[in-house]
Design a protein around this ligand. Structure first.
Ligand SMILES: Cc1ncc(COP(=O)(O)O)c(C=O)c1O
Length: 362
């Protein structure tokens, strides 16, 4: 079966399963902010009309300054990109023909970018039997064999976060053997505030590259915005390879309103933690496994049907809920469903549907 590679493609799932396309469905497959874009953006959209006929500044000086100031960084360590995806491909290109290590199961675009730039790839798996915990010793033992490590924190699809102490050990070992550690923080803005991001490690570890996306937190997948944080020489190299005017002028013109949205991020974080608490309490009562997530998505499976989620997937589809299958995540082999945290009403509807499922199976 040809499963779609990413979430957010309900029509492909309907076609695959031979279900007539239905416009009334709940899309739990795409992991963007369920609160939607900040309402203030509506006003900016109207103003952005004037931007349509102009090329943006190819160096995005003003916009880079804004993002850097927002992250309390110097401008020369930041490169804006067309979403986190462009950031991944630009960084992979730096290591063309070299050796990469990817910690799986994770976002599939690291592997694809490595394939495009002919990197040879090896993998280490998270501990599937231990709540997807990070296999520090295994990764440390592989670092000297590779030029670059790709790691996702918080990780897509598990929602789990590698401890900062483990990250420091990787970076230290990486410095010893000249290996770059690339950490994708596309979902960093969803984390509870007590879990720190990694920008403060930039001064100590020259081998650290961070990738970010604002697409997810601001729910703007049609506009796209990402950035790389790395030492200035790397930023210069990445910029040389970037397609001119890569970031569209509309999103560039939105930046002042976006970076002024700290309240929106804080509100998302606290709302999300409340929903996660409610969902996970109910999943436990209903006999479902969920990955120990800290963010806006999680892996789910019925503990009574350990290796067959196909039936559950079809039951949810029949009830107009679109999960993200996990056939294309290495090591998961379709044994879990990745679910987004959606609005409170949609989450309640999911719980109600799972209760019905459980009643039928008892
Ligand atoms: C871990 C991760 N990094 C990066 C991206 C891509 O981000 P963007 O949509 O900003 O290109 C995604 C998208 O799903 C993702 O899951």
């Amino acid at each position: 079966m040809k499963w779609p590679e990413h979430g957010g493609q309900p029509n492909k799932i309907f076609a695959l399963k031979g279900i007539a396309t239905d416009h009334h469905f709940f899309d739990f497959s795409a992991n963007i902010n369920p609160l939607g874009p900040p309402p203030e953006l509506k006003e900016s959209l109207f103003k952005a009309y004037d931007q349509f006929e102009r090329y943006p500044d190819p160096d995005y000086r003003k916009e880079t300054k804004l993002v850097a100031a927002h992250e309390r960084l110097y401008e020369d360590v930041v490169l804006l990109t067309n979403g986190g995806s462009e950031a991944i491909f630009l960084v992979a290109q730096l290591f063309s023909g070299k050796k990469a290590l990817i910690i799986e199961p994770t976002f599939s675009e690291y592997e694809r970018a490595c394939y495009v730039y002919r990197l040879s790839v090896s993998h280490v798996s998270l501990q599937l039997d231990h709540d997807f915990s990070f296999p520090l010793e295994k990764v440390l033992s592989k670092i000297e064999e590779v030029d670059v490590v790709f790691l996702c924190r918080p990780n897509n699809p598990t929602g789990t976060v590698v401890a900062i102490e483990d990250i420091k050990e990787l970076l230290e070992k990486g410095l010893e053997c000249q290996t770059t550690i690339v950490i994708d923080e596309a979902f960093i803005h969803f984390l509870p505030s007590e879990i720190t991001d990694l920008t403060h490690l930039m001064d100590t570890f020259s081998n650290l590259i961070l990738l970010r996306s604002l697409t997810k937190i601001y729910a703007i997948p049609s506009l796209r915005l990402g950035y790389v944080i790395a030492r200035p020489e790397i930023i210069v190299q990445l910029k040389k390879n970037q397609i001119p005017w890569s970031i569209n002028g509309i999103v560039a013109s939105f930046l002042p309103s976006l970076v002024a949205q700290d309240g929106f991020i804080e509100a998302t974080k606290s709302w999300l933690q409340g929903q996660l608490k409610l969902l996970t309490t109910e999943f436990t009562k209903l006999g479902f496994y969920y990955s120990p997530t800290c963010v806006n998505f999680y892996l789910l499976k019925d503990l009574n049907q350990d290796t067959n989620t196909e039936e559950l997937l079809e039951f949810l589809l029949d009830n107009k809920i679109i999960p993200r299958h996990t056939h294309t995540f290495k090591g998961l082999d379709g044994n879990y469903l990745r679910m987004a945290v959606r609005s409170a009403e949609e989450n309640n509807y999911l719980l109600e549907t799972l209760r019905n499922w459980r009643e039928k199976r008892c």
